[in-house]
Ligand binder design. Structure first.
Ligand code: BV8
Length: 245
């Protein structure tokens, strides 16, 4: 599937000093990680992520939620960054300021070589005490979920629905959106707030907003450029066009 990259977009990107990016589950889809909107695969198909990814869901059934994350962590362990992640790591080197804000919790941007990554929703590789809210690295696994030394359950260090985002991450993301020349929204259905607000902040601050997604989303009609294609195809194309200038 070939996607046309408008020359106007290439020129605006080439002239940009500051670029901000928001990625969602779609950029990891080509690595084999199911997106949030795709039906959950296998034994988890009968659960609603918006049920499980909540403090209430964890309180109701800590073992089920812990095991859902353990299954997702195991599925992530075997995957690799894809050409979309790699192209973003290359693009970062071409700009004075390049801030990659992600909703993903899979570490694939860091593994692809991206250096300035803002994790809005935490990271599945980290575990924290559900009471003290501090990251815990050593714990016994003879219980599911395991317990902190204080006796409370441990939980994944991710942001659940209904929970506040890490204040410093959100502040960095908002600052990047408000002070960029070009904002790329990649692989996100633009439905989850406050992340979904970021491209709109960039738009009202005068940035050129670009969406990369095979499907249209709530953002598409606001974007200056809505490229309907897969990130793993469009981003390497965009990088090549910049190199040819
Ligand atoms: C909060 C971590 C304050 C856990 C996640 C208005 C303002 C503020 C808040 C709200 C509001 N309205 C409602 C809320 C509450 C809620 C919310 O937004 N709900 C939604 C459902 C309406 N927000 C919150 O609770 C946030 N907290 O606001 O705190 C507060 C507190 C209490 C009350 C009010 C306010 C916390 C949200 C974070 C939740 N945690 N993840 C985990 O992963 O288990 S969210 C999780 O879902 C992801 O992190 C991500 O953010 C979201 C999924 O979205 P996407 O990444 O976009 O993925 P999705 O599957 O939806 O779409 C994939 C896209 O990729 C598709 O468009 C597809 O076409 C595309 N695609 C597919 N293949 C490709 C591709 N694109 C490119 N290439 C491809 N190959």
């Amino acid at each position: 599937m070939s996607v046309a990259i408008p020359q106007e977009l290439v020129e605006r990107l080439a002239a940009a000093r500051r670029v901000a990016v928001l990625t969602g589950a779609g950029i990891s889809a080509e690595s084999g990680i199911p997106t949030f909107r795709d039906a959950l695969t296998g034994l988890w198909a009968r659960y609603d992520p918006q049920e499980l990814a909540t403090p209430e869901g964890f309180a109701r059934n800590p073992k089920l939620v812990w095991e859902w994350y353990a299954a997702r962590r195991a599925s992530i362990a075997g995957v690799q960054p894809n050409p979309g992640h790699t192209a973003l790591a290359e693009l970062e080197k071409r700009f004075e300021k390049f801030t990659l804000v992600t909703q993903n919790i899979d570490s694939l941007h860091q593994r692809a070589g991206s250096r300035e990554v803002v994790e809005l929703h935490g990271n599945i590789a980290r575990v924290k005490c559900s009471l003290e809210q501090i990251v815990v690295n050593d714990f016994s696994r003879d219980e599911s979920p395991p317990r902190c030394h204080c006796g409370a359950y441990l939980r994944p260090d991710v942001v659940w629905f209904g929970e506040m985002l890490p204040a410093d991450a959100l502040a960095r993301a908002e600052d990047a959106a408000e002070h960029c020349d070009v904002f790329l929204s990649i692989g996100t259905s633009a439905q989850v707030y406050p992340a979904a607000e970021l491209p709109l902040r960039a738009l009202s601050a005068g940035a050129t907003v670009v969406e990369i997604n095979p499907e249209r989303t709530a953002l598409s009609r606001h974007a200056h450029f809505a490229l309907q294609g897969a990130a793993g195809i469009v981003l390497p194309l965009l990088l090549n066009k910049l190199r040819q200038l």
